[in-house]
Design a protein around this ligand. Structure first.
Ligand SMILES: *Cc1c(COP(=O)(O)O)cnc(C)c1O
Length: 359
């Protein structure tokens, strides 16, 4: 499959996304897969189409354009718009048949006055980002009686830490729900890490994101399958003498005669500059250290001890032989979060899909 691909590319295993989603589905009555930010850079339409076979309750997104894209692709399930929008944009959300997360009297009134249908009430239980504070629901009481939400949800700030704050937020969520005139049909709170830790959700929906895309959320026994690989072709190989430098600012100096392979992929492709002199790539099943800083369009590898020639494939993320480089490895090398690394990868690399509806 990669034989015709040149420069660099992202490979996405849609069947692995589906298997990861199935593992999350087993932990909640239904799931609302988060496909915001183009499914974390993996391709929202391709991911949603692949997930259709699991009949998820709906999908979660962050912008109206993301919702429109799913609608144009023929997705008819509920699509929940989680990030607050300007009131002036609510008609566009209605036209795209999105289910907005609302949290103010103005927004709820506007939504119903323009004929908006289902919406979900966002409840802030400690993230302090969006939603009605859990103690302030009484101010919306009359309005909620007239315009009951289809759903209500909250979001945990430290689900990966397992430090007791999630339980505190759950109590606040319960307290908020008890203060509503009626309990909405769809209740949801858990992201991937919270779902991985809960063997069975007590809410109606789980909202997994990063786990679907192959990132380990640090819960023993609940590992996702890898989904994304990033590969590039070697375009030049040179030998530099001991003492010569490689790349900008000459931060890499050859300690001995060194073979340097150049890849035509750089930080404008999402392979971050900070990976320079820290990350490894895989060539012919061996680890090749990145030599010098990553430049905008090219990255250099030290292949002194590795058989490497122009045209060979270097794996920047993924496996080659017995070796594997994970998103967590790259994130650690770049001092970034796996979320940032993954969502930043889509920039200029073509995506190549396997599995799902790819055939
Ligand atoms: C992004 C997001 C999620 C998914 O979080 P992951 O950590 O990627 O599983 C869930 N809920 C909301 C509101 C989100 O914004």
């Amino acid at each position: 499959m990669p034989m015709r691909l040149t420069r660099g590319w992202i490979e996405v295993d849609l069947d692995a996304v589906v298997r990861n989603a199935r593992a999350m589905s087993a932990r909640a009555p239904a799931i609302l897969p988060m496909v915001k930010a183009d499914a974390y850079g993996i391709g929202a339409v391709r991911v949603a189409r692949a997930l259709e076979r699991l009949s998820p309750w709906g999908y979660g997104i962050a912008t109206i354009d993301e919702g429109r894209e799913l609608r144009y692709a023929g997705i008819v399930r509920p699509v929940v718009l989680f990030t607050p929008v300007d009131l002036a944009d609510l008609p566009s959300a209605r036209d795209a048949k999105l289910t907005p997360a609302l949290a103010s009297a103005e927004a709820i009134e506007r939504w119903t006055s323009i004929g908006g249908r289902a919406w979900h009430l966002a409840i802030d239980t400690g993230m302090s980002r969006s939603g009605v504070r859990w103690t302030e629901l009484s101010s919306l009481d009359a309005l909620l009686r007239r315009n009951p939400p289809e759903g209500a949800f909250t979001h945990f700030h430290s689900a990966t830490l397992d430090d007791g704050t999630q339980q505190e937020q759950e109590q606040r969520f319960e307290q908020a729900l008890a203060a509503l005139p009626a309990r909405p049909a769809m209740l949801h709170a858990e992201n991937s890490a919270a779902l991985a830790r809960a063997s069975k959700s007590k809410w109606s929906l789980g909202r997994p994101g990063i786990f679907l895309y192959g990132v380990d959320v640090g819960v023993a026994g609940v590992q996702p399958e890898p989904v994304v690989s990033v590969c590039a072709r070697i375009v030049e190989v040179r030998t530099v003498a001991a003492g010569e430098s490689v790349s900008y600012d000459a931060s890499f100096r050859a300690a001995r005669e060194t073979r340097i392979a150049t890849l035509p992929v750089g930080y404008a492709d999402g392979y971050r500059r900070a990976l320079g002199n820290r990350a490894h790539a895989l060539v012919a099943g061996h680890r090749a250290p990145v030599a010098g800083v990553v430049t905008m369009d090219m990255t250099m590898l030290d292949v002194t001890d590795i058989p490497a020639a122009v045209g060979d494939i270097a794996t920047l993320l993924g496996s080659d032989g017995d070796e594997r480089i994970t998103i967590a490895d790259l994130a650690e090398w770049a001092s970034a979060s796996p979320y940032e690394l993954l969502t930043g990868l889509h920039a200029r690399l073509p995506r190549h899909y396997g599995g799902g509806d790819a055939a």
